[in-house]
Design a protein around this ligand. Structure first.
Ligand code: 5GP
Ligand code: MG
Ligand code: MG
Length: 179
């Protein structure tokens, strides 16, 4: 285990097995439809790479660069689109993937943008969802794991752009965050 990690929450094997189950549900829903997987940088990169190899459907693949945390620990509530890349989504069924659903504002804002760009339908998929009430924002269509309301890193998720390469999801030691 990495020396900055206090505790492993979800280990590699558990993640791998859960992705197979998610993929089966996604295949059933998207089969026969023109599919585009749209993953949010950078956090969803490990997740999407591992997930889509279990989805043997014809699909296009896009990466979108958005930011809501601006390097800190809390969502700013404002989603910034960091590039002007605009894939043509007319008539397409989008699978929108992110690492984690916290406030849900990121997925809500990006879903709206993709529909504005002509997407026929947008289904949302997250590796993790925090166990918090979301009154106005909807849950994801596909959720890997529901976790407690703690800040996590690993398997794509960062703290100050570090720890994304850890193969598991874990909690940082307190002294790493305060220093
Ligand atoms: P939301 O807009 O749902 O509040 O935030 C979603 C984004 O915030 C995620 O894509 C992720 O970048 C970041 N985020 C939310 N919770 C965590 C967390 O516990 N750890 C890390 N590393 N990022 C998080
Ligand atoms: Mg993110
Ligand atoms: Mg981040």
């Amino acid at each position: 285990m990495h020396e900055d990690i206090e505790k492993v929450l979800i280990d590699e094997d558990v993640i791998r097995r859960r992705l197979v189950v998610l993929a089966e549900r996604i295949i059933a829903d998207f089969e026969g439809k023109p599919m585009v997987a749209v993953a949010l940088l950078k956090g969803a990169v490990l997740f999407v790479a591992d997930l889509i190899r279990h989805i043997p459907l014809p699909m296009e693949f896009e990466l979108l660069n958005v930011s809501s945390y601006h390097g800190g620990l809390k969502s700013s509530g404002e989603v910034l689109f960091l590039d002007n890349h605009q894939p043509d989504l007319h008539g397409k069924h989008v699978l929108l993937l992110d690492d984690i659903l916290d406030t849900g504002l990121t997925m809500e804002a990006v879903t709206k943008k993709l529909k504005d760009q002509g997407a026929e339908d947008v289904k949302t998929c997250v590796l993790l969802a925090k166990d918090i009430p979301r009154d106005t924002v909807k849950e994801a269509d596909y959720t890997g794991f529901v976790i407690a309301n703690e800040f996590v890193v690993g398997y794509g998720l960062d703290y100050q752009d570090r720890y994304r390469n850890l193969p598991y999801v874990g909690i940082l030691k307190e002294e790493v965050i305060s220093s």
